[in-house]
Design a protein around this ligand. Structure first.
Ligand code: AKB
Length: 339
C-alpha cells in the first residue's frame, strides 16, 4: 500500500521552510520533500521522507510515485529572476521542464488513486512586464490579465507554466469519460516579493528588501541595488504560507482564475530603508544601483489588484507594512541574530 502524503519541491527554500513548519503542525500529514539541497536539521525532523534530487530527474519522481499516494503538490522549486538571467537555458530546464515533469507526475498520481491532485504553483509578479516607468506609475494596481509581457526568463517561465498547468487541468479532464478519474487541479498564485524573518532569499530581484533588514540586524553595511524610489508589492512570509494553504483548500467551484494576484503592502525601497534605520539606529544602508536588476524591478508593477483572490477564496493578509515590521520582522530578526 502506498502511503498518502503531500509533496513539496524546492523544500529547502524560503517558502518551503515556512510551509514545512506549518504543515507539520498537523501530525497526520505525511510530508515528502524533493530538493537538490538538504533541509535544515529542524525541518528535516518534521518531514517523513526527504529526497535529495532534482525535479529535472524523472527517476526521483518515479520513486515517489511508487511509494506515495500524493494528493497535494506544492511545487516551489525554481531558479529566481536574477539567477535565471545569468543562466537562462538552465533556468528554462528547471523552471519549465521541471514543472512539466511535476505536472506529469501529478497526472499519474491522480490516475493511480482516482482523485484529482491539487497542484499549488507559486507564480510571481515577474509574470508582468511594464513597458516603462511612466506606465508603471500610471497603472497602479494591475489586474491578472494586464501587461502579461514579462521581460525576464523567469517571468516568461512563470507565465508559460501557468498556462501549462491550465492545459493539464483541462486536457485530461476532457479526455476522461469519468471527469474526476484522473486530473490535475492546478491553482497558481502570483506572489509579490516575500520577506521572511527566519530565512534570507537568494537569486531573486526583490531580495533588496529582506537583505537590507537582515544586514542591519547583523550590524553589516548594505548597498541597496535599486533606486530609493523603486516600488513593488511585498508580503510577509506567514501570509504567503497562509495563501498557499487557503488556496489549496478552497472549493474548486469558487475558483474563477488559473492564477491569482496577492499583495499586502508596497513600500518604496527608501521607505523600507527608513523603517529599518529607525529600528536599527546604527544601520549603514547606501545605494549602489545595478542597472540590470533595476531594469527588472522597474518592469514589475508598483502594486497588484488582488480583488479576485479576496472574493473567490477569502484572501486577507494579516500583515500590512507597519505590522509586518513591528510584530513580525523586527522582533523575530532581533531574536534570531541575538542567538
Ligand atoms: C524574485 O525576485 O525573483 C522573486 C519574485 C518576485 O518572484 N522574489
Amino acid at each position: 500500500m502506498r502511503r498518502p502524503g503531500v509533496l513539496i519541491t524546492g523544500a529547502s527554500g524560503e517558502i518551503g521552510h515556512g510551509l514545512i513548519s506549518r504543515l507539520a503542525q498537523d501530525s497526520s500529514t505525511t510530508i515528502v520533500t524533493l530538493d537538490v539541497r538538504g533541509l535544515e536539521a529542524a525541518q528535516g525532523r518534521m518531514v517523513h521522507r526527504e529526497i535529495i534530487g532534482s525535479i529535472t530527474d524523472t527517476s526521483a519522481l518515479e520513486r515517489i510515485l511508487a511509494e506515495f499516494d500524493i494528493d497535494h503538490v506544492y511545487h516551489l522549486a525554481a531558479y529566481l529572476s536574477t539567477r535565471s538571467e545569468f543562466t537562462p537555458v538552465t533556468a528554462h530546464q528547471v523552471n519549465v521542464e521541471g514543472t512539466m515533469n511535476l505536472l506529469e507526475f501529478a497526472q499519474k498520481q491522480a490516475e493511480s488513486h482516482g482523485r484529482p491532485v491539487i497542484f499549488l504553483y507559486p507564480s510571481s509578479i515577474a509574470a508582468y512586464g511594464m513597458p516603462d516607468l511612466e506606465t508603471k506609475a500610471k497603472s497602479g494596481r494591475v489586474r491578472e490579465d494586464e501587461f502579461n509581457t514579462p521581460t525576464t526568463m523567469y517571468g516568461c517561465n512563470k507565465l508559460y507554466c501557468e498556462q501549462l498547468g491550465r492545459y493539464y487541468a483541462r486536457h485530461y479532464k476532457q479526455l476522461s469519460a469519468e471527469p474526476m478519474a484522473g486530473r490535475v487541479d492546478f491553482r497558481a498564485v502570483r506572489f509579490p516579493g516575500l520577506i521572511s524573518a527566519v530565512t534570507v532569499p537568494s537569486g531573486g530581484t526583490s531580495d533588496y528588501a529582506p537583505e537590507m533588514i537582515h544586514a542591519a540586524a547583523k550590524g553589516e553595511p548594505y548597498a541597496c541595488f535599486v533606486r530609493p524610489d523603486t516600488r513593488i508589492p511585498f508580503m510577509a512570509m506567514p501570509d504567503a504560507i497562509e495563501v498557499l494553504l487557503k488556496l489549496a483548500f478552497a472549493p474548486r467551484t469558487s475558483l474563477t482564475k488559473t492564477a491569482y494576484n496577492v499583495g499586502a503592502f508596497n513600500p518604496s525601497a527608501d521607505e523600507v530603508r527608513a523603517v529599518v534605520a529607525k529600528n536599527f539606529p546604527g544601520a549603514d544602508i547606501s545605494y549602489k544601483v545595478d542597472a540590470k536588476r533595476q531594469g527588472i524591478v522597474d518592469s514589475w508593477p508598483a502594486d497588484v489588484n488582488d480583488s479576485a483572490a479576496r472574493a473567490d477564496w477569502g484572501f486577507a493578509p494579516q500583515y500590512d507594512f507597519d505590522r509586518a515590521f513591528s510584530e513580525y520582522l523586527i522582533p523575530m530578526i532581533r531574536e534570531r541574530y541575538a542567538k
